[in-house]
Write a protein that binds this ligand. Sequence first.
Ligand SMILES: Nc1nc2c(ncn2[C@@H]2O[C@H](COP(=O)(O)OP(=O)(O)O)[C@@H](O)[C@H]2O)c(=O)[nH]1
Ligand SMILES: [Mg+2]
Length: 292
Amino acid sequence: MIKKNFADKFKKLFGLYNSPDDEFFEELTDSLIEGDISAKIAMQVEDELRAVCKKEKLQSEEAVLDALYKIIFPFVKAETLEPEENKVSIYLVLGVNGVGKTTSIAKMANYYKQKLNMPIVMAAGDTFRAAAIEQLKYHGEKTGIRVVAHKHGGDPGAVIFDAGDAIAAGGNGLVLADTAGRLHNKENLVRELQKIDRIAKSKASEGCYKKILVLDSTTGQNGFRQAEVFHQAVGIDAVFLAKYDSTAKGGVAITVGKELGLPIVFIGTGEKYENINLFSPETYVKEFIGKK
Ligand SMILES: Nc1nc2c(ncn2[C@@H]2O[C@H](COP(=O)(O)OP(=O)(O)O)[C@@H](O)[C@H]2O)c(=O)[nH]1
Ligand SMILES: [Mg+2]
């Protein structure tokens, strides 16, 4: 895992100023923003940290880091998703092009396959790009997981409908559904997602339909805007934080947690199937700020 930028900066800043003074706090805020925390939250963190340091007369690096941890930790939310036995679960996987949706679907399918003894189907709902269907089929072959696919250009709702039927026939199992993420035309995207949303919901057992947004940890502040768009369009249940291994920043989990109340379910830590981890807010915040 790459060492996080903010953690490094904090150490350097503390070395430079040796105690939490005005300049220290100002630079701390800049460093939080550079770590992909939104400006609004960074300023709130600064204000709270200033107040605590003053009130409790905190001076040492360790004490300030502890205070920072206590401020940021409640912003970050985690959730575990686990398909129930004898229910039809559908996890719709959303996100813009290239964030890691198809890869993350294969990882989740492989994860649940090893963990649970139930049928799993991956639905090739990104019918927009021919390569996306092929990519999912490839993952299906490699992992031994069934893929339901239609032709390139077909109706994504129909693919998800069929995949839902395949699982519903036995009354037990999980559909992981891929989608196309064309954000360039927001209105079309929203309309298409809402249609898929209705179909997926109608196929799943009560409470077993979840919408997972994949965010690319390397895209910076943009990730938050993507989350806003998708959350407004269909309502997101949880976030898959992909490519966490490829960034020294990664503060987006803090921003989506604090601003949208969205929990993180998994983090992606590489390109292999096994590079998937349950999200631990403790580890995440500690890594972000550089606390042991
Ligand atoms: N390093 C790294 N690369 C990833 C991760 N997840 C996905 N990728 C890569 O990101 C690229 C885009 O992934 P893809 O699943 O095709 O994205 P999609 O367009 O959203 O379906 C591929 O090259 C993946 O191998 C991850 O957790 N870590
Ligand atoms: Mg894809």
